[in-house]
Write a protein that binds this ligand. Structure first.
Ligand SMILES: Cc1cc2nc3c(=O)[nH]c(=O)nc-3n(C[C@H](O)[C@H](O)[C@H](O)COP(=O)(O)OP(=O)(O)OC[C@H]3O[C@@H](n4cnc5c(N)ncnc54)[C@H](O)[C@@H]3O)c2cc1C
Length: 349
């Protein structure tokens, strides 16, 4: 479903000086469509100073309970996060798309050990995964390395501590603070290669079946490399942000001129002309169908994905589609430029 549903806000909890947890009210009509798997995210839309602003936020609640709750951290100069952390109130209504995303937990085949490394607001999907697994799988264990600047800046600190109290034997929580010294040097500083290696050598020594990573690109990239080299479990990651990409100069397209792009959304086909060397296909397509789904416009969230039915595209960036999706012809339209005279896309995948 690509539509937005207006949902009332039933709770705004201030977690730290610069972050909030927002709970949306679901009724009997909306609850079914907003079921989710732990680790998924929603696209939220607000009109801020007259602008249509859309952003993705990971759900932070236990999926088996089904509460729709997200955590938002304020970024300096950030349009949506500043508004959400300062202005948003109980009773306000936000437009929300149904949950999506592949950063999810494979079904269990027995008791297992899952590991996670998160930093800052990257805790939101990890919290959902940890809560869901610990509550639904009574013999599985969860280990979390969580990086923050200071103790005061830790989002969901109380919830994590409560989870630890409830599952003392099954939930191992390691805080690493980059701007606060600790009696144990291992627990202070940045989560870099040496820190991850040392934590795996001494604190979280048991191999995990799966690892979940969410945080800044550098941390996620480094952690993936370390974990893959150690061959300790399958690694899954989620990025919230990729630096704006500057496309390198491209050779002239094999066919001259403009591409005819036909795309289907909600069963209805539309046609638009696209300059292969101009903006991505999404930008042109929005000119004729403003309801097209999109959010980050940076190749990170996959909200704008579509299937290439015929023709071909090149993508500037892809931070979220897995190789199987790419092999099946799925593309991010916010990153796609046609390579053929005719291109047919299907958003209803
Ligand atoms: C799948 C997915 C899940 C996400 N889940 C969460 C979540 O649970 N909690 C949360 O707080 N955020 C989450 N985000 C990030 C969120 O969507 C927004 O990007 C973020 O809140 C900033 O939006 P903004 O409008 O405040 O900033 P903008 O006005 O878009 O940007 C302000 C400045 O910050 C830079 N910037 C934008 N986003 C980031 C970022 N994430 N990190 C560093 N710099 C950035 C921009 O280049 C710009 O300079 C998620 C993103 C994705 C793709």
């Amino acid at each position: 479903m690509n539509d937005f549903t207006p949902l009332p806000i039933t709770d705004v909890e201030h977690l730290t000086d610069d972050s909030v947890a927002i709970t949306f009210g679901l009724d009997d009509e909306t609850r079914w469509g907003f079921r989710y798997s732990a680790g998924q995210h929603v696209t939220v839309r607000a009109f801020i100073d007259g602008e249509d602003v859309r952003r993705s936020y990971s759900i932070c609640a236990d999926a088996s309970v089904g509460e729709l709750r997200v955590g938002v951290r304020r970024l300096d100069g950030g349009v949506f996060s500043t508004w959400a952390t300062k202005e948003l109130q109980v009773g306000d209504v936000l437009d929300v798309m149904t949950p999506v995303g592949d950063f999810t937990v494979p079904a269990p085949t027995g008791p297992r050990h899952l590991g996670a490394i998160a930093a800052g607001s990257g805790i939101t999907p990890i919290l959902s995964i940890a809560k869901t697994v610990l509550n639904a799988e009574p013999y599985s264990r969860f280990s979390l390395i969580f990086g923050n600047r200071t103790a005061q800046s830790i989002m969901f600190l109380e919830e994590l501590e409560a989870l630890k109290d409830r599952h003392t034997d099954r939930f191992q929580l390691v805080h690493v603070l980059s701007r606060e010294p600790s009696a144990v040097p291992l627990f202070s500083g940045r989560i870099d290669r040496l820190k991850i290696e040392a934590l795996l050598d001494t604190v979280i020594t048991e191999p995990a079946d799966h690892w979940f990573l969410c945080g800044p690109y550098e941390m996620v990239h480094t952690a993936r490399e370390v974990l893959e080299r150690r061959q300790t479990g399958q690694v899954h990651d989620e990025l919230f942000f990729a630096e704006p990409y500057v496309a390198p100069p491209v050779p002239p397209p094999s066919t001259e001129g403009i591409t005819n792009v036909t795309f289907t959304l909600d069963g209805r086909a539309s046609v638009v002309l696209v300059d292969p060397e101009g903006s991505p296909v999404l930008d042109y397509a929005l000119g004729v169908r403003s309801e097209l789904p999109f959010s980050c416009r940076g190749g990170v969230c996959a909200t704008c994905k579509a299937k290439v039915v015929s023709g071909a595209v090149r993508m500037d960036e892809n931070w979220c589609l897995v190789p199987e999706e790419v092999a099946a012809g799925i593309v991010l339209t916010c990153q796609s430029h046609p390579l053929t005279d005719e291109l047919v896309l299907d958003y209803d995948v």
